[in-house]
Structure formats: C-alpha cells, structure tokens
Design a protein around this ligand. Structure first.
Ligand SMILES: *[C@@H]1O[C@H](CO)[C@@H](O)[C@H](O)[C@H]1NC(C)=O
Length: 487
C-alpha cells in the first residue's frame, strides 16, 4: 500500500513537473515569436526587383516590394502586390495620410516640451559613453564635440535601437545671413526637433573607441554596426581636413559678397521635365544632386552644374546598372563637384578610402575597382565627404519616423538618399530651393525627368516616400524651403 501510495505520489509529481515544463515551453515559444516579429533580420532584397526604379526624392535601389502607386492613400494594397517574402504585418504601404500626421505632431510636441528633462539626460550621457569626446575636443582643430540633448527621458517606452541622443559640435555659421534657415527655424513647428549643432559629416576626428562603442549599436546608415574598428580607423583617417568636415568648404572663394548661401537641391522627379528650370538652378551658389542624375540633354530643365553629389555605394552601382540605357554614366564630374557618401555598409568606407588614396578598392563588392572610373582622375580627399551616422539617425528619428520602424523592417528602413541630401542642405545652407522632389500630384508625372515614357513612381519598404512628401510640404509651408511645384 505504502509502495502504491508512493508510486501515485510520484506519478502526480511527475505529471505536475511535466505540466510546468509544458507551460514553460509554451511561454518561451510565445516570447520567441513576439521577439521574432519585432526583430528578425529582413529578407535579402531580391535582384529581380532592382531594375527600373529610383526617383527624385528616392533611391534607385535597395529594392524591396515595389508596388503600384494606385492604392497609396486609401486602403491597403491587395495581397498580390506584396513581395512573397513579406508577411502581413508589414502592410507598410497601406497606411493612410491620417497615420502620418499624428506621428509628426507627436514628435514636434514631445520634443518641444522637454528642455528640462533633456538637460538631465545630457549630464547622464556625458558621464558614460561620451567621456572620450571631451578629451579629443581640446587636442584637435575643427568643431568641438559634446553630448547633445536626448529625448529619451520623455519617451520611456522608446526601444533602444532608436538612439535619440547625438553628438553635438560647436559649428560657427559661415555667414551672418539675416534670414537664414537656422535663424528662422525656431519660429516654426520644426523648432523643437531641429538640432543646429548636429554633426552632418563624419571625419577622422570622430573615430575613437568610445564613439565606436556608442555607434556600433546602430546598423546600416544609422551607426557603425557591423563595421570593425580597424576599418573605420583606416578609412575615416583619410578624411582629415576642413574640406572634409565642412559641407560648403569653398564658400569663401565663391561668396561674391553675398550674405546668404543659396542652395538648389535637385531630385530626379518627373516634375522637372519641360520645367525650363535649368538656368535658375545653375544660378545658385551650390547645386546638389543625387543617384541617377542624368544631366546631358536635360540642361534646360535641370541645369548643368553639380557642386554636391550624394549617394551610397549601393545606390550608385544600382543607378549605373539601371539607367545606363537612358544615358547615366556615373556621378557628374567637374572641378567644383564634391562627392558626399551616405554610408550604409563598410563598402562605402572602402570605396571612399580608395578614392581618396588613388588605389583600388581592397575588398567587398567593389574589390579591385578603380575609383577614378566613378569620380574622375582629379578626385582627391578634399573632394570627398561622408554623412555622420548620427545625422542620418537624427533625420530618421525626428523628421521621418516612419511606422516601418514598428515592423521587422526597422533595420532596413532609412530616409531616402534624396531626403538625406535635402535635409543636409537644410542644415548647412542659408536658403534652400528644392526641385524634382515628390509633390502631392506626383501621379501626373513620370518617376524621373529622363524617363522616355511614363513610368509610375515606385514605392519600397525601406523608404517612406509619402512621409517624405508630407515633410516637404510642411517645410515649404513653414517657409524653410521653397519646393518647386506645378500649382
Ligand atoms: C589629423 O590631422 C591632425 C593635425 O594635422 C593630426 O594631429 C592627426 O593625427 C590627424 N589624424 C589622423 C587620424 O590622421
């Protein structure tokens, strides 16, 4: 009896244990599923989708989930327009205008109302990851670095990958233009989110172990994730002159007694076709272009000068592949042209270094390529610049915080190359005129000004062109940029 009773007890114990183990398994499995839907790596872009894309305010490339533009504003697209690899929670393009506006408003109001909390955060930050920066500050020329306000304090639920704390630099304005963007911005809705002292460009001084420790947390264009420290040192150290940290490095030579720096920022949108804006564009002090910017044969509409050409290595290679047939042979080349890298991967750092040192690219997808093929024989370190990952992350977090960041595509989402270019001009020029960027009537125009027949604008999961379009409208209405429109 005792023995049987003992057995029964044992059985009950075993059964109880099994139940607990079972429940634990269920719990762990559920947990995993949740984590995966939040953070699993994105699917590899499929080659087949790369072709025939790219536009004004957008990239030619990184081509995920192209879809037609017919359903953008209203209902989610039919399931058949999704790339097979996309699951239903990424109904990214189904979002309506209504979902954008609140996002932006929240952003403005939360950032505007938190100076006190932000100050506290600065102290906090300076004690930890920024210590090394203070040391650099006294020992080098150029802008000094210091921690910058964070808004994390008021967003307790913000996931760590957002990283809304940035380096700050003492940048003396190059002009005393009375109505410059930086002097006007505080009076607008953008005053709360705009950081005047964010480093737009990165260069030799920024590579320290402390900065690597801080920035390696953010992948892609938003940090140094996946790039080893040695590569960063070897590549960024070639950018060590004032031409590398100043966007408008030759202003003194071209100011011509003007008090204000006027920039034309030219996207590739179809709205420029037959626009006859070429002369006006060329009359600016600086002319920014990006990606598949075809000039030859289109001078009347888009001008002929390029002072700043913005690209990532990936977008450049895709543009050269996709638009060769339409006449795109590579980045514009002229004495005044600067090349501004938007680094997405280590291949950008490697191509930049090869260009600066007149050597072949040492490894990666461009291995053994001769950079003069892209940037001309006269390319030198002084003609090269590279966006700071803090700047791109700041643009994403404060200007283009897309709902894509709430999906598993959060790691591949970034502002489009054209958007980074336009917002960089907003942070460096006194006046900005934007041409060829997406406007609400975008369906009336082909994707590019150089398309030989009508081709609708393409939408991809890695950019949020509707949000960008809304932002251009808001910046225009705030008087911070002049956006070229047909109305
Ligand atoms: C950059 O130039 C400064 C001043 O000429 C020099 O002290 C420093 O070592 C250089 N940095 C790199 C990484 O080459």
């Amino acid at each position: 009896m005792l023995r049987d009773g003992g057995m029964a007890l044992q059985r009950r114990l075993v059964a109880g244990m099994l139940t607990i183990i079972f429940l634990l398994c269920v719990y762990i499995l559920c947990g995993n599923l949740v984590t995966q839907s939040g953070s699993s790596p994105p699917p590899k872009p499929s080659q087949g989708l790369t072709k025939g894309t790219g536009s004004g305010s957008r990239d030619s490339e990184e081509p995920l989930d192209r879809k037609s533009n017919s359903d953008q504003w209203s209902q989610p697209p039919p399931a058949s327009t999704f790339h097979p690899e996309l699951s239903s929670e990424t109904v990214l393009h189904g979002h309506t205008r209504a979902t954008h506006t609140p996002t932006l408003k929240t952003q403005t109001s939360t950032t505007a109302e938190q100076p006190k909390l932000a100050e506290l955060k600065v102290l906090d930050v300076s004690k930890s990851s920024y210590d090394g920066v203070g040391v650099t500050r006294t020992s080098t020329k150029g802008p000094a670095l210091q921690p910058q306000q964070s808004t994390q304090a008021t967003r307790p639920t913000e996931p760590p990958f957002i990283g809304d704390a940035y380096m700050s630099e003492d940048i003396t304005p190059q002009t005393d233009c009375p109505d410059s963007i930086r002097s006007q911005v505080a009076k607008t809705d953008f005053g709360g989110q705009f950081l005047k002292n964010i480093p737009v460009l990165q260069w030799a001084k920024h590579v320290t172990p402390e900065q690597h420790q801080r920035l390696r947390k953010y992948p892609g264009a938003h940090g140094w994730g996946g790039i080893d420290y040695k590569t960063l040192v070897e590549t960024l150290s070639v950018l060590n002159s004032s031409a590398n940290w100043q966007m408008l490095d030759d202003w003194r030579d071209r100011s011509d007694k003007s008090k204000c720096i006027r920039c034309a920022v030219v996207g590739n949108g179809g709205i420029l076709k037959e626009s006859k804006k070429g002369k006006e564009i060329d009359s600016h002090h600086y002319v920014f272009r990006t990606n598949g910017a075809i000039i030859k044969g289109f001078e009347q509409d888009v001008g002929s000068r390029t002072t700043h050409y913005t690209f990532s290595t990936n977008t450049l290679m895709n543009s050269m592949r996709s638009y060769a047939g339409l006449g795109y042979k590579g980045p514009p080349q002229s004495k005044e042209t600067r090349y501004v890298f938007l680094p997405d991967h280590d291949r950008d750092y490697l191509l930049m270094k090869a260009a600066a040192t007149h050597t072949q690219v040492e490894r990666g997808p461009e291995r053994a390529k001769d950079p003069s093929k892209y940037f001309g024989e006269d390319v030198s370190a002084e003609k090269l610049k590279m966006y700071h990952p803090d700047f791109v992350r700041y643009l994403r977090n404060r200007f283009l915080r897309s709902s894509a960041l709430k999906t598993k595509y959060k790691d591949i989402y970034r502002p489009s190359t054209g958007a980074v270019m336009l917002l960089a001009a907003l942070h460096t020029c006194d006046q900005v005129n934007a041409y060829g960027f997406m406007t609400p009537d975008y369906k009336s125009y082909s994707d590019h000004y150089y398309d030989s027949s009508y081709h609708p604008v393409g939408f991809f999961i890695n950019h949020d062109l509707h949000m960008e379009m809304t932002l251009w409208q808001q910046l225009h209405q705030a008087g911070l940029i002049q956006l070229y429109m047909h109305t």
